[in-house]
Design a protein. Sequence first.
Length: 591
Amino acid sequence: MPKSTSAEHVESRQDIEQIRRLILGKENRLVRETIKEEARNTVTGALTEALHDRQNQDGSIDKVLQPLVEDSVEKSVTHNRERLVSSLYPLVGSLVRKSVTAFLADFMEKTNQLIENSLTIKGLKWRIKAKQAGVSFAQYAASQTFVYRVEHILLIHRETGLLLNSVDLSHKGKSDPALISAMLTAINDFVGDSFLAGEDGLKEELQAVSTDNFNLLIKPGPSALVVAAVIGSPPQKVSDQLQLTLEEIHRLYINELNDFDGDNQTFKNSANLLRDCLLSEQKNTEESGKKIPWPAWTLLILALIYGGYQTMLWFNNNQLEGKIKQLAHQPGIIIKQLEVYGNNRIKLDILRDPDAITISGWFQEHGLAVNRLNISEHRYHSLDPEIIHMRARQILARYPGIASTWQNNRLTLSGALDIIEMEKLRNKLSIAGFAEPMNLSTAQLQLTPAFAPATDTATENKIKQQVFNTLVGQISSIQLDFAVASEAITPKMHLALQRIYRDISRLTPLAETLELSFGLLIIGSSDNTGNKAANRALSLQRAENTAQALQQLGLSKDKMYVTGLGQLDIAQVADTARKVMFNVIFIDKSQ
């Protein structure tokens, strides 16, 4: 019986397979071994062309080779640093020069843009609007300068929501990409679980999220998501680039994505792919890029002019102040306060002795012209040697018969005067600041013959008695006024005590001539505030402090008697009787 056609066909195929096994070996072993032996030669002849054709086809060769080259360079730097440095040394100088040149050019461009955007009216408006919007000036300027700009790119594992990699345009890393990816995944899961599924049965997914500062574009894939943070209004090409990058990552890292266990180190080389998504487009401004920021330059010039004027004014005022301070070297003048302000305006507070040079005269003498001079002048009694010499010359000019000499700042007088003129001279010198024996000596003064002792002793004694009584009256007229509950001796009181000491020094020789004994009674008193015992103690303390001050001037303690009256219950003076009073008690020795 003849065989059917199908049976013959099956038998033929079996025969062919048997012949192939006999020729090629089991499972084509002989062919594989032959191909393996010749594989190197075969690939060598087609490798370059294959790489070229694949690169032209989809551009994937450089994306695959770039991480490998980077790792190789890193290992070479680690293990063969000296060799690499020697090889690159001829290029380093040129690279550094070009880098510095590029840096300076970029720095000047950014500085010019910063000045232009900061000091112009537009820049000021941007700052105000940025503050109102609650964003930084840099972010607002970027939103106004660029149509759009991609700031951040995130690669997120779809199943776990973990961050695989991220790139940042500014490389500052102010935000936390891991936190952003976690929050974004949580929001995406919330949307998918909370809203109805689509007609195809798939859950809803976020495609975009808008915030005050960014627009987030989300491109989901089977195993990963690519998220872009964009300033401005992104065009369609940004979305297309995200899609291409996502497809490329799935093609290159499909096994890593499927076997992801939480370690994202296997995706570190994906940064090069993600950087392709950092796109931007700058706005076309109508104004020229080379425009001159006239408002900024105007403000700068005005600031320089004002600063120069203030510097010159400060320098001139300092010079004028230094010249005016020389006024303090003048005898009889003390500068309490000096202020030079504005355009040669002067505020001057001084103490000036009546015999010192006038302020206006000193300014004219030194050729100082001021726009406004505000002087507050207070009188005081100077003890400068030059002022004292001047006073002595003015006083002695009225006594041509008196000769004067100075020795160690002590005035010595010689000549002849009658007793009246002699006492007048002593009074004037005492007021001028002279006191025996500190800076005055009148031992060489002699009485004129008209009042010599052998001529008319009675008349002479009568005149001396009048002078004695006058001095006693002067001492008794002096009173020291104290503050409430105070017993301290003030500088003003010291001047009065010096006058008392000078008068007592003049009383002593007169008392000897008139055969009189005298003593100084120092009486303290108090007002009616407080209790009487305390007031009595306070009044006594005031008198004792006064006696101690006179004793320091040279007055003998034996010539003083101190007492305290306590409070004075006199209606008219009871509340102001905080005083120390003086009285001279004298008796005739002959009685």
